[in-house]
Design a binder for this molecule. Structure first.
Ligand SMILES: Nc1nc2c(ncn2[C@@H]2O[C@H](COP(=O)(O)OP(=O)(O)O)[C@@H](O)[C@H]2O)c(=O)[nH]1
Ligand SMILES: [Mg+2]
Length: 303
């Protein structure tokens, strides 16, 4: 008997590239949802964030990863570990490059890492909308450094302005093996609610704080409670700084900064969830947390 129904496909796709190449923006585009937070500051993504795409062909689980940046700092090393583990666990690697910058040494380190995996790679040259953007140097770089990467697996895109990425999704399904879906077919992410809330608050905080501060903070959702017969979600969360002296900058004059963060986050959360979200947002300090192994394990490995 010939099985009439073609077999479904399923694969993990690790999304890798240098900081700020647009990996998280691309994951949000393919998933059609805000799955992963985005900002101008590098190292915004700190975890392996999963976004799920379901089609008739099957299921792709995109694993957004921290940008690959070599550094001796504890947090950066941890973030590189996350990227390495995601690559090791994935069947397909989606390599994101930035058309607005010429590939340099950081890009070479990534290509070197991906070289043995070129047969399972797909590359996306992003930010083609920017004035002066030119995908040609990135393309030449790929031809030279990953000669085994076939031309049909090199795409150009503006993850920010394009409205879909079906061509990329189709190409990824072609690469995927047959298998059962990993998640229920109505899921678009596996993140729990408290984590998503923390991430949206962190995104808003990064947006409103000066250059150095984004790296110095994390967000902790301490308490959530459904109220009004499940219509409203009340949340108590903390923006956690490294030093006591940083708290004032997060609060701002007369509380203006933290108020803007709270309102921005509420607005975004109301878009994501069906509940009306009400945030009780506060600031506290966990001294020098970026050098604390236990805190880093909890935040980055989420163990
Ligand atoms: N102009 C433009 N900006 C983009 C594009 N994709 C991402 N960005 C911006 O680049 C910055 C970094 O994006 P993000 O997705 O956080 O990069 P990641 O660090 O690789 O995850 C953000 O300010 C994005 O809005 C794009 O296609 N065009
Ligand atoms: Mg990111």
């Amino acid at each position: 008997m010939i099985n009439e129904e073609s077999k479904k496909k399923a694969a993990f796709v690790a999304v890798v590239g240098r900081p700020s190449a647009g990996k998280s923006t691309l994951v949000n585009l393919v998933c059609g949802q805000k799955v992963s937070i985005v900002s101008k500051a590098p190292q915004t993504t700190r975890n392996a964030i999963r976004g799920i795409v379901n089609r008739n062909a099957g299921q792709l689980v995109f694993v957004d990863t921290p940008g690959r940046h070599e550094s001796e700092r504890k947090l950066n090393k941890k973030l590189l570990d996350v990227s390495n583990r995601s690559i090791a666990d994935a069947e397909i690697v989606l390599y994101v490059l930035d058309a607005s910058r010429k590939p340099a040494s950081e890009e070479e380190a990534i290509a070197e890492k991906l070289k043995p995996l070129a047969g399972q790679c797909l590359a996306v040259i992003n930010k083609t909308d920017l004035p002066g953007a030119d995908p040609a140097p990135a393309k030449d770089f790929l031809h030279e450094r990953l000669p085994n990467l076939p031309e049909r697996r090199i795409f150009t895109i503006s993850a920010l302005h394009d409205s879909n990425a079906e061509a990329i999704i189709n190409a990824l399904f072609e690469m995927a093996g047959e298998g059962e879906a990993f998640y229920p077919e109505d899921y678009y992410t596996d993140q729990d609610i408290a984590f998503r809330i923390s991430e949206i608050i962190r995104e808003q905080a990064i947006k409103r704080l000066r250059q150095e501060l984004p790296y110095a903070l994390y967000v902790e959702t301490a308490d959530t409670e459904l109220r009004d017969e499940g219509k409203r979600l009340w949340v108590r969360a903390f923006i956690v700084m490294e030093r006591e002296s940083q708290k004032g900058m997060v609060v701002g004059k007369d509380g203006t900064v933290i108020k803007a963060i709270r309102q921005g986050a509420q607005k975004e959360l109301n878009r994501i969830f069906d509940w009306k979200v009400e945030l009780d947002l506060r600031v506290k300090t966990a001294h020098d947390w970026r050098h604390n192994d236990k805190t880093l394990r909890r935040l980055i490995d989420r163990g």
